[in-house]
Design a protein around this ligand. Structure first.
Ligand SMILES: [Mn+2]
Length: 321
């Protein structure tokens, strides 16, 4: 467990406290930054508590703390502040680049340890999420959390565990249970997380009604006209190959997306029993055993890739690897 006395001695020492995380914040980063900042403001109302974070796709507003975007604070402000950096193993991907200039840095993270950059540098890679670490620290310190803070922290626990699909340890469920007890607004979180815009729904429905599954291979072909009609770009179309992932008896799945210039981006995926990298290499591409890609000059050549993929015995992964 993080040294709580040490952390809160630092909090007491500083009049202004900045809380930040990594670029392109996800639910865990947003939740831990806002959850910690909100709780600090509740307990230290006279201190200036400033969450610095880029936009996340959803926002839970509260009256206590307003987040600011990176680059907004003055250099002076940063130099005199205590800075919490959350959910980030190294400083390369800092949302607020100048956070390293803070008077004192406290890092709290759950990724594989990379390097020390905080005066207090706490990493627990067994924790499901940074939100879990923050929640456990704050519950230990204050015994209770506000509904707002519990909701922020629950958001990150939900998103980093894939709705608890990837959590295996009891501690994670215990902490999530505590957050529910404190009133975390589960409906709000799930409603906002899983609302989808009409365009992406139309895109999925195109994929589900137009994919083919033949001889161990599922695939989807996006021609230029389809891509225009769907209002997406060809990279987005190709990258969504996992919409047809893991259909029973179809261990290989492929997307083909034609660009305006006529070249085709191909994304190939497989279950762990197969290594489809050699298939991509056959068409001058590359990548990993279960995720590779290549390019074609002409969309009609998709059939060549499919034919090679269907001859899939030779791509079986050998157990020795
Ligand atoms: Mn995380």
């Amino acid at each position: 467990m993080i040294d709580i006395t040490k952390v809160f001695n630092k909090v007491k020492q500083y009049e202004s406290i900045i809380v930040t995380g990594h670029v392109i914040p996800d639910g865990d980063c947003y939740g831990s930054v806002m959850g910690l900042a909100t709780t600090l403001k509740e307990h230290f109302p006279n201190k200036e508590i400033i969450p610095v974070i880029s936009d996340f796709k959803i926002k839970f507003d509260n009256n206590l703390v307003q987040s600011v975007k990176p680059g907004v604070l003055s250099d002076e402000k940063i130099k005199q502040s205590l800075v919490f950096v959350l959910d980030l193993a190294n400083t390369n991907r800092l949302d607020e680049k100048r956070a390293v200039d803070g008077a004192c840095i406290i890092k709290i993270d759950h990724h594989t340890f990379e390097r020390v950059y905080g005066e207090i540098d706490y990493v627990d890679s067994s924790s499901s999420s940074c939100c879990q670490i923050i929640a456990e620290m704050l519950i230990k310190k204050f015994k209770k959390l506000s509904v707002e803070a519990a909701t922020y922290l629950m958001l990150g626990m939900i998103t980093d565990t894939g709705r608890f699909l990837y959590s295996r340890d009891a501690q994670c469920f215990n902490t999530a249970g505590e957050l529910v007890k404190f009133g975390a607004k589960l409906n709000d979180i799930y409603n906002r997380l899983y609302t989808q815009d009409l365009e992406s729904f139309r895109f999925k429905s195109f994929v589900y009604s137009n994919f083919k599954a033949e001889n161990k291979v599922a695939y989807i072909v996006f021609r230029k006209e389809d891509i225009h009609k769907l209002g997406v770009d060809f990279n987005y179309a190709a990258a969504n190959v996992n919409l047809i992932a893991q259909i029973e008896n179809y261990p290989i799945w492929i997307s083909f997306a034609e660009s305006d210039e006529g070249t085709v981006r191909v994304e190939i995926r497989s279950t762990r029993d197969y290594n489809i990298n050699p298939l991509a290499v056959m068409f001058n591409g590359g990548g990993h055993h279960q995720a590779s890609g290549c390019r074609l000059d002409n969309i009609e050549n998709y059939i060549k890739v499919v034919k090679e993929a269907q001859n899939c015995e030779r791509f079986l992964e050998h157990e020795t690897e």
